[in-house]
Design a binder for this molecule. Sequence first.
Ligand code: HEM
Length: 518
Amino acid sequence: MELAPDLREYVRALSLQQWILTGILLIALDLVCIAVYRLCLSPLARFPGPKLAALTYWVETYYELFVGEGGQFPFEYQKWHKKYGPIIRINPTEIHIEDSYYYETFYAANKPVRKVEALSRRFGNPTAIFNTSPHDLHRKRRAPLAPLFSKRKISSRCHLIQRKVDEVCEIIKSEYKGAGKVLNCKNMFACLACDVMVDYCFGSKGDCIYHPDFAAPLIVATSSLVEPIHWFTQFPVLQTMASVLPDWLTDKLDPNIKHIRKLNSEVMEQCTKTIKAVDAGMTKDESDTIVVSLLRADLPKEEKTLLRLFDETVSLVGAGLEAPARGMNVALFHILNNPPALRTLQKELQEAIPDPDIMPPWEELQQLPWLNCCIEESLRLTYGTSQRMPRILDKEPTIYKEWVIPAGTIVSMDNWPVSHDETIFPDSFSFKPERWLGSPKAPDGKSLQRYQVAFARGTRGCLGTQLGYAELFITIATLFRRFDFAPHEFDIKDVEFHRDRLAVRPPLSSKGVRVLVN
Ligand code: HEM
């Protein structure tokens, strides 16, 4: 398009200063237009909440990066809920709801929701189901995995978990029992959960538990991997930059990265080997692992590439490590910190398991009422994730009470406010296994179990729920049947939610749950 001659003359005659001024004016005009749109014209403008949060994402950035030890936004918008009510706008494009009684409706199993695409690259494995955004693609990818994590399948492979726990017990017996040596449970449980997942994915033997003091470098590295999550979320360009940095520089920035690199190359190698083995025809026994099942699944070729298998397995090891390990930590801490609960558990285990060296299968452990209550109560205080779980419903609006949230809007809820809903779980910060005894009901008459949200719900709920339960039952029953633990410098802060890093994190100063073994 040609500029009118007068305008052309005018533009030509502009001095450098005038150019800069014009630029500033245009940027200012653009910002004003964005502000007017966000505050007055956007379909979300009528939702309650602080105007500054509706105006700019910097409010979220501020609380995630610069307040305290970071990851403080969940605590901030909880305060907003107290002021503005159960539905609020927490940033220019997202609505947040805090209402435990709506959780199950929102995270329904029959809703074709997608996740936020921009969050899928935060951990560098965008094609894993955890990170897959579109509903249909996610369904296609999750389908072949689901049978591998069914209750029946997990039951049939529980001996693998028991074997791993037995190996941990041998280490405790030989190195810690009666020796006055402090046992770091945080590391121990992380090693255990990691080895279980490695067995599950590859059928090979994980060896994290054999590192001195359970301080396996891989565990330390995975734990530190989530630390920069808010930087990567708030400034996605950093994800791209991090992925192209040379190894020597990333090692300088975070020396732990080299262990992740090692895991990545081992996973690559394992996947490559398995692809070759499956191509060559494998024996039936070996077909149980996740990689083999994915390769044999009825999926198009592009879903079975080395990169896709790599993304899925690395992500599964990560997901299957963090949450179960935290669950076990929370359980061990609270049971030990609550002597009446401990005594009841020990009595129940002694009566049900006469010989501690012969542990009953998971099915039998599930019949023990007090053990059940302790596990449910621990899971309640585990929360699963500390971060809100955004979902987008594209084809229809989301209806909450009188509010109609337009289709295509990001809507989110959190787990931990449900766990601390005082109408459902009175005295919610206390560990009270007895609240799960019998068939308890919530105030709405529904089973209390419906408000156990540690594994989330709906199409994107936890894939590893049964494996998580099995690990918790077997580990907690075995440890408390075989050993007498004494708390060492116990501090409730070690298991509380202080910082959001997607995973629940204690204060930076926390040394983790530690015990002595008598
Ligand atoms: C105590 C144990 C566990 C808890 C409390 C837990 C909790 C959760 C939660 C809250 C989510 C939803 C996260 C979100 O949407 O942001 C989730 C998803 C997921 N979990 Fe777990 N988890 C546990 C164990 C496991 C295990 C052992 C595995 C290993 C297979 C696993 C694999 C996954 C996967 C793959 C997803 C994503 C599912 C999808 O998007 O379709 N989890 N888990």
